[in-house]
Design a protein around this ligand. Structure first.
Ligand SMILES: [Zn+2]
Length: 343
């Protein structure tokens, strides 16, 4: 499936916490943003990155307040459910893997979670017939396509959001990640690789009205040829190929068609962060900053946030407030949503 081939009529409303009411007119200030789920179920088949096997996945509507939950359909029903929450993360080495109390796991969830966050899906049941979400093309775009094809519907309950009251940060040497209070939802990311094909990239984005789909969803995961070869030799990432990753060798990109964005690498890291942070169980209002960080730091950051009760609280959000996040609507229509990019 070509992620570039999104149906024109389905571009939808793909900013974070933006109301369906595009005009924002005629609303009382107390009208609240509602939770959303899928209109109908939708399935896809792909390969799993790590085992290389074929895997089928079905995204299903779910009741309000149920959140995102995974269900392994190859496991006895009693132990098959795995809620997509930060405290169920059991592995962050090469992807984000969740596990339940029965030891049943589901891996490589981050790109799908990013798509659900970007499409503002609060509640969904994700059925997978194996231990990994299919890798698809290594980005979130195919999952955005699935959500758009299924459609989304509002539910009666108010959307729950997380308000930040304090700056929270984690660091492990050069790897740093933080969350800061502020209006709207935005993120900044910086990476610094020795490889001349990547080197230093900085990216900052306000996640408003369409920015996720336009600026992040198509950014693919990436790897270095020498590392890929080592992993293959160790029997890992058996499904990894140029069809689902950007592969770098020295100063060259090995993919025939090159990059989808000039700074696709840092954009993919930002996409990963959005997916990992959606394991908070609700959209976080504020700003995320990442510096050379990855899945481990993203999860450490959520653990640090939730361990400090004074740092956050749950809240609902009014349509008026959500629309105020999109003050750049007009600006976004004819200019890229990127606030700042420097080499
Ligand atoms: Zn990724």
């Amino acid at each position: 499936m070509s992620p570039g081939a999104l149906p024109a009529g389905l571009s939808g409303n793909m900013g974070f916490i933006k109301s369906n009411n595009k005009s924002g007119k005629g609303l009382s200030s107390t009208e609240m943003v509602k939770q959303r789920t899928l209109k109908t179920s939708i399935s896809c088949t792909g390969i799993s990155l790590h085992s290389g096997g074929k895997v089928s996945m079905t995204l299903r509507p779910a009741e309000e307040n149920s959140g995102i939950q995974f269900k392994r359909t190859d496991i006895a029903a009693s132990g098959a459910l795995i809620p997509a929450t930060w405290n169920r993360v059991v592995d962050t080495k090469m992807n984000t893997t969740l596990g339940n109390k029965d030891g049943v796991t589901i891996g490589t969830i981050e790109h799908l979670m990013a798509a659900l966050a970007g499409c503002e899906v609060d509640n969904a049941l994700i059925e997978v017939n194996g231990p990994e979400v299919p890798i698809m093309d290594g980005s979130a775009a195919p999952f955005v396509f699935l959500v758009e094809c299924a459609g989304v519907v509002e539910q009666p309950a108010h959307r729950r959001v997380i308000r930040l009251h304090k700056h929270v940060s984690v660091n492990d040497g050069e790897r740093r990640a933080s969350l800061s209070p502020g209006g709207g939802v935005s993120l900044g990311f910086e990476i610094n690789f020795e490889s001349p094909a990547i080197s230093r990239q900085f990216f900052s984005l306000g996640l408003v009205n369409g920015a996720f789909k336009k600026e992040l969803a198509r950014a693919r995961t990436f790897g270095f040829l020498h590392e890929v070869e080592q992993l293959w030799a160790a029997g890992l990432i058996k499904g990894g190929s140029l069809d689902n990753a950007v592969v770098v060798s020295g100063d060259k990109i090995l993919n025939e068609d090159g990059l989808r964005y000039d700074d696709e690498f840092v954009r993919h890291k930002a996409l990963d962060a959005i997916g990992d942070l959606y394991l908070a169980g609700a959209p976080i209002i504020g700003r995320f900053n990442g510096h050379c960080s990855g899945h481990a730091a993203n999860n450490d950051l959520l653990r640090a946030l939730f361990s400090d009760k004074e740092a956050w609280s749950y809240d609902a959000i009014s349509v008026e407030e959500a629309n105020s996040f999109s003050f750049q609507d007009e600006w976004l229509e004819d200019k890229p949503a990127v606030i700042a990019v420097t080499a």
